[in-house]
Design a protein around this ligand. Structure first.
Ligand code: SF4
Length: 431
């Protein structure tokens, strides 16, 4: 979502004649868009600003703005501790960025914009064309969260759940497709909580899928509680919807899920997986895990391993519990850190083994790959298959924006390598 926000900030600032520079040394305005989800986020801000200070030691100081969730959570502290920062702008206030920059050009006092003005923000953004021209583009459809998992900062930094109107989203999606997008990733902290005048994510997906020249749709991140039957059904009815579902579970233990206030059980989670697999057995899952949550025992951890073996997530993101200031879990007694680290290593080894086994099944098989860009200056092209796996092929022809049938030849941890199957690509295959 920060990538989407950064692009929109850029679109907004074009209105006051600012443009992006790849040469930081020449920048006269520096915007650091931050994420607060992991530990040390604030330290990273001070570190970055410190580097900037050094860079501009003997030059005219640029305007320095900190945007995003660190600005929201620690705005006033940042301004007090680091005088080089001129303004902080929270994720729901960045439509005020031009006003802020114009004030700072006239040497104003430090500025703090950290109100939750999400409706106003999107009203302002709707007036500015989305200029992102990536083959695979992001589109924020929903923001904020009402779930209040005990470890998470999102409800405090992004505010309550808010869904954008279908009309404005269709308009923005069409802009992205006209700019060259072939794939749209619908974004939300709780994307499947999308609810605009009773229209749900499933309705939005079906509407967006009608856009000509749009080939693929993805959405992230979902919550099991909001994984309703209409969304499950849409995976059968919408051919443009890709068969990978990112469905964070965090733990395999009901006791820990309850302690986290996740609002669902493992049985309910597995029921969703089962229903989807019955509908389409080719759909795969990825997930997020927190290892070593306060109170986690070896037996709870074994439940998490059991879940991993049962669902066989093709991708997973696992982290040690990181206590975030301001969340209810911050003051909870931590589990023994040595034990937690050892569990994390075990878990990641298991996840890796499953991932390798899965990737081996792809060798010598045909995948549909949407090519996103050329790799450096070589005749190699990077794309993603339907499951978001990175694929590289060689080609003398420009493949950017095309979907091709690719025979996978080999792969490593991150990337699959293949060749275009010329026989299969003679006819026009859809994704
Ligand atoms: S549902 Fe997701 S965004 Fe909301 S509080 Fe829980 S982890 Fe955070």
């Amino acid at each position: 979502m920060n990538e989407y926000d950064s692009n929109r900030i850029l679109d907004l600032t074009k209105k006051i004649n600012y443009s992006e520079t790849k040469n930081i040394d020449k920048a006269n305005c520096y915007i650091l868009n931050t994420c607060h989800i992991r530990e040390k986020a604030t330290d990273k801000v001070y570190h970055e600003v410190g580097r900037l200070k050094k860079k501009f030691k003997n030059k005219l100081k640029p305007i320095v703005l900190v945007a995003g969730c660190v600005a929201q959570a620690e705005g006033e502290i940042l301004l007090k501790k680091e005088k080089y920062i001129d303004a902080v702008i929270g994720p729901q206030s960045y439509h005020q960025i031009n006003e802020t920059i114009l004030k700072l050009e006239k040497k104003s006092n430090p500025i703090n914009f950290t109100e939750f003005e999400v409706i106003e923000k999107f009203d302002s953004l709707n007036l500015v064309k989305n200029s992102c021209n990536k083959v695979s583009s992001f589109l924020t459809i929903q923001e904020g969260c009402n779930k209040f998992c005990k470890f998470c900062v999102v409800p405090y930094t992004r505010g309550a759940e808010y869904s954008r109107s279908i009309d404005e989203l269709i308009l923005e999606a069409k802009q992205l497709v006209n700019n060259g997008a072939k794939e749209i990733n619908l974004l939300g902290q709780n994307v499947n909580a999308y609810n605009y005048k009773k229209s749900r994510l499933s309705d939005l997906i079906l509407e967006i899928s009608k856009i000509e020249n749009l080939r693929r749709i993805r959405y992230t991140t979902s919550h099991p509680k909001d994984f309703t039957d209409d969304l499950i059904e849409v995976h059968k009815n919408c051919k443009k919807l890709m068969p990978l579902i990112h469905l964070p579970v965090q733990s395999g233990s009901n006791r820990i899920l309850k302690a986290m206030n996740r609002k669902h059980t493992i049985e309910e989670y597995l029921q969703i997986v089962k229903k989807i697999k019955l509908l389409n057995s080719k759909i795969n899952f990825s997930s997020d895990f927190i290892i070593g949550y306060p109170g986690e025992t070896q037996s709870d951890f074994s439940e998490t391993e059991k879940l991993m073996k049962e669902v066989r997530f093709i991708n997973s993101y696992s982290f040690l519990f990181s206590a975030r200031p301001g969340t209810p879990a911050f003051d909870l007694k931590k589990v023994n850190q040595e034990e937690a680290k050892s569990r994390l290593i075990h878990f990641q080894n298991l996840a890796e083994k499953i991932k390798i086994e899965y990737r081996e099944t792809l060798i010598n098989k045909i995948s549909s790959v949407l090519f996103e860009n050329k790799v450096n200056n070589e005749n190699r092209y990077f794309g993603r298959d339907e499951y978001s796996n990175s694929v590289i092929v060689e080609s003398n022809r420009n493949l950017v924006g095309e979907i091709k049938k690719v025979r996978i030849l080999k792969g490593n941890h991150n990337t699959l390598f293949g060749e275009i199957d010329s026989n299969l690509n003679q006819s026009n295959y859809a994704a």
